[in-house]
Every structure is written in structure tokens, then in C-alpha cells.
Write a protein that binds this ligand. Sequence first.
Ligand code: SF4
Length: 719
Amino acid sequence: EREDLAVDRWVATTCGYCGTGCGLYLGIKGGRAVAVKADPAAPVNKGHLCLKGLYEWKILDHPERATVPLRRRNGAMEPVIWEAALAEVAHRFREGLATGGPEAVGIYHGGQLTLEEYYAIHKLAKGVLGTPNIDANTRLCMASTVSGHIRSFGVDAPPGCYEDLDVSGLIFIFGANPAEMHPQLWQRILRNRKLNGARIMVADPRLTLPARAADLHLRLRCGSNIPLLYSLINVLIKEDMLDKDFIRRSTVGFEELAEAAAAFPPERAANLTGVPAADIVAAARLFGRSPSAVTVFCQGVNQSCQAVDTVTLINSLHLVTGKIGKPGSAPLSLTGQASSMSMREIGGGGSLPGFRNPENPEHRRQVADYWGIQVEKLPRRINDINRMLEMIEDGKLKVLWVIGTNPAVSLPDLGFSRRQLEKVFLIVQDIFYPMETAAYADIFLPAAGWGEKTGVVTNSERRLNLVRRAVAPPGDAWEDLAIVARVARYLGAEELFAWKGPEDAFRELRELTRGRPNDITGVDYALLERKGGVQWPCPEGGRETPRLYSDGVFPTRPEEAQGYGAFNNPEGRARLWAVPYVPPPEVPDEEFPFWLNTGRIIEHYHTRTKTKRIPELQALAPEAYVEINPRDAAQLQVVEGEMVRVVTRRGWVEVPARLTEVVAPGEVFIPFHFGDLDPGEGRKRRAANLLTGRFVDPLSGQPRAKAGACRIEKRVPGN
Ligand code: SF4
């Protein structure tokens, strides 16, 4: 906050970075953004912001904002007028459809757009192009939670809310680092500890800030989530710390789960995880005996081996102890991007709007009738980005539209992924130029960003918040909604996008949620403005819902069970699953002796498209690095700051060594934010995803970026 700034007006909006969804004001002076201040009335952050939110205004008006459409001619990108660029986009789509059918075209978008923009993009993909090739970068982020929730609860409706963090007796942080990724939630956890004496327990291979602050740190090995969770359930059963009444009334599958957990007594789990058996028992007792517990989880779960199985077991941990649907008790998955949850609501992640099942004929008919299209047009399943890349490799997918994301840095196995971006006819839509993915573009479309458009973003606790247009986009940049609608017009589907603005799109989508688990028919922009956010479901004439499943009834009806057909729970009971334990596909060996872990740091966001352009953030974290335990460094004869080469079976990077106890011996960590194209710098090989593999979770398609094998080489000068 800059109190000395006499701004003309403060515009209430929501932070555009992480999925916490903090409320803030954007200060405008002379038509330009000049400051941000926290909103003291915002229910999420109550007057506080983290570093990223505080400097968010600096991306507006930045000199590298993209301002004109570009088209590649003779290898170089040249300015082109909008209508020519859009006509070519539509022509390429038509040509692809004519020669290769719906599978020849595709869209891949980010998780920072608005609910209305996602709705428009998916309507265009599924209802106009009729293509199954529609996915988002949330595939890299929380796809496993989506699948895990569908498996456990019937639909992807997360049970808990942030208030649970304020009142719970135990916060179990599993594969998450809220101190760096969701700082305002970490502050709420610390306040609970200070005011109410809440206990904190952490399961993480790294000695993160939460791990250091925890009452108990379970320092498990990379790739060993499943044995740890099974062992916790094993002790809960053995020591009779269950809610048997809840199990009987509200779940099915307990016997199978108990049998599977019996194979993981603490002594065996200790061997598999590296966590002492006594700590596993202590952790189970902490969880079982606490009157309430929240399990906060994020990428250490979602990007891990057997990620969906891990989510399922976390849900089961809460179900067998009845710690769900009550104040202070819930599994709470955190989303990394401002509106990842919005993406899930509109039918991203493989469903249709309103969490409809695309394999259910009645659900398909409802959507097709509402859109006024032939039901056959709607794809029955989607191809995720992994499949899309394979289809490019096979010559089947020919035209790809990338909107608001940077796959040339964020996708795994970049050597392979970048080859596909090179091959396909690539349309890139973004707010900055240059950026790594735009280097592969045939057409580049400049888009409006946060602060320049209005719409809804839903945070991790199902809270719909408004982001507002406070300034005009720079140059000739357009709002994403307008770009999608204009492409639809060129494709002859103008009437499907006849909205005057985002609120019309919101009203249309809202109707599709009527009677569905995410019913928002009781919400409009005026209510969001008045209340500062509303948690779904909020049906017409009803109220918002901070906490789900309070009655112990779950939407596990057979007709909802997308791709997980084992449901037959007309009584609405949650499902406990006996998941298998499959050791990681790649483990350290003689040639690659270290575990490679990748992740985020507080200063940066995703591939730094925005944060590298904010001098204050960039100065704090200007360069990639590899964390190495000092014991390993001594053996390798590597000193602090020395450039080393990190090598996997996929590729190598060169980064300085950071010697730290944060990583255990035998494990190394690299932040994934850094690409190789920073303005003013030469090309660098430092993108962590040059190292990661195309190992994906078989149920969610989410890449396993948290556990691979690597070696560290001292750099040979001149090599
Ligand atoms: Fe923005 Fe997340 Fe920081 Fe809040 S915690 S200010 S939403 S980045």
C-alpha cells in the first residue's frame, strides 16, 4: 500500500495469482494503475496480501505488453490487423476440420482466465469445433484432485473451506508449502495456532518453512505417499480411532480399504518411506485423537506418483474418522492458479458444464439442447494435453490454439514438447510478447490481462469472486472473451456467443448449473459485489454453502460417475477405495543416484511471464538453482554457487548449486519457474522441465514432476 499516492479511485478486485483469491483494491491515477492495497473486508485475506499481490499492478502498462496481432512471414513475426489474423485462425480451423476431422484441431489454455472466458472457450471447442482436443494447464496442477474427488465423492466438489483452517485442532499439510505458494492461508494457520493452540503436522520430503514450524514433520522419501497414508489408516484401524457410525452410514468399501491398509504396518511403511515407525504412529494418533483435522494438500500430491490414489487415500483418511463436513474438518486441496476452480466448474477436466458426465446421454442432451446444437457434436471424452502432443507427433493434430499459458516452459519433457510446438500450426494468445511459447507461434494474438477485464474467478474454497476492469488494455489488445466470440463468428457460430459482455456469458452458464452440485443460480454480479464473494452451491432463493457434505450424504450416484464406473451408491455414500501400491517407475540408481524434485518459490508465479517483469520480485529471485544437501555436495566436491549440470534421461540443465539442509541427502530440488528466454539475457539451459519425464498418472493424465532420478555433474569448462 502506498498511502502517499493520491489515487483518483480504488477499484475493488481479486488477486490474479494463486488460488487463495485475496481481495484487493487497484489504485488508478490518470487512467493508469499505480498501486495495490489489501481489502480489509475481504473474507479470505482480511486486509493482508503477499508479495506477488502487492506488486500485481506493475504488470499493467509494462513496456513488453503485447499490443498488436502478429503473423509469421518468411520466418519472422510481422504485425497484422486483427481481422486478417482472426480470418486466418478460422481458416486454419476449417481446413483442419475438413481434412482431419475434429481431432485435427485443439485448444490448450491457462488457469488464470475468468469463468466466463473458460465457458466461451469450451463452448467453442465442444459445441462448435466438436473437438475432444480441449485441455488446460490445470492438467499440470490439480487434475489428480478432480479425479480423486470424483472417485471419493461422486463429483469434483471439494468439501471444505478456509474457515476450517481458523478453527481446526490439527492442520495436516501433506505435499504442500502454503508458506510460499498460498501465503495468506499460511498466515491463517499460524493465527489458529497462536489463538487456539492448533497443532501442525507436515508430510514433505523437504524441510520447508511449514515443516520447520510443525509439531511433527514426516520427512518421507519422494514417491512414497501411498505407503505413508496406508500406514496412517492402518494405525487408526488398529487403535480404534475410527468413526464407525459415519463409516456405516456414509461410506462403502471399508472392508476392502482395511484389508489393503493391513499390508502397511508402520515398520514396513518406515522402510518404504524413510519415516520412523514411531513417527507414523504418533502422526496417526495426532490425527485420530484431534477433535477436528484439515488436510491441506497441493502439488506434492497432485504431481506425484499415483496422484489420484493419493487424493483418494487422503479423502479416505477423513472419511474413516468422520472428519469431513464439520467445522475444522475437511480434506482441503489448494489450487495453484487464481481461477483453476472456475475451470473445473464449466466442464474443464473432462466434464460438461455443471459437472455433467459426457458419457451420460441425458447430460449430453441437456447441454446440446441448451446450446442449440446436435448432441452428436459433443465429444464423449477429452484428449488431454499429453495425448494432444502425441497426436501432433503422429501428424493427426494440425492446428493448436494456446491461450494464456506457456507450455514451452511448463510442460514435462520439454525436448519432446517443444518439438511438437514446432510441428503444429500454432496460435498463441497472451498478454506479453516475447514469451517462450510465442517463439513457436505462427499467429500471435495480444490479450487483455488482469485489471483490464471483468469476470468471475473461483478460489480453492469454491468462492466466486469478481475481478474488475480498472484500466483499458494496452494498444490493440482485446479481451479473451471478445477474441473467442469473433473467431466463432468467422466459423459461422456467431449466435452461440451473442453476449454484450461477460455478465451475459455468466447468466448463460449459471442456468446450466441449475439443480447441479455447483448450482449458482442464486448468484449475480451485484451479489458478488455486495458480499465480496459467494461460495457455491448457491441456488436461486437459497444461500451460499461454505461446507459440503454436512449431512453425510454424497453425490455418488451412478449417473455421475465419469470414467470410474464402480459406483452404485443410490444412498449417496462416499466410496473408500483399496488402491494398489505401485513403486515409482524411475528410482535413483548407479547412473542417476539422486531423487529430483521440482516446485515453486514465493517470489515467482508459474513460468514467470509476469513476475520476471516485476523488478522487486525478480531482484529477490533472479535465477534458477539446484538445492543440494551439504553432505552430498561435499562428496561431489561442489561448493555454494558453483555452476553444476543436472542430468536426467531426458536432458540437462546448468544452474548454480545452493547448499542447504532443506533437501535431504540423496534428493535435489529445482524451482520450475525459469525458462530460457529472459529479455536482455542470452539463452540459458535452466528449465526444470528439460529434466522431467512424460510419466503421467494413469487416471488423471497429470505428469509426475515430483519424483525422477538425476545425477549432478561438475561443469567442464568449455563444454
Ligand atoms: Fe495473491 Fe495468493 Fe498472495 Fe493472496 S496469497 S495476494 S491470492 S498470490
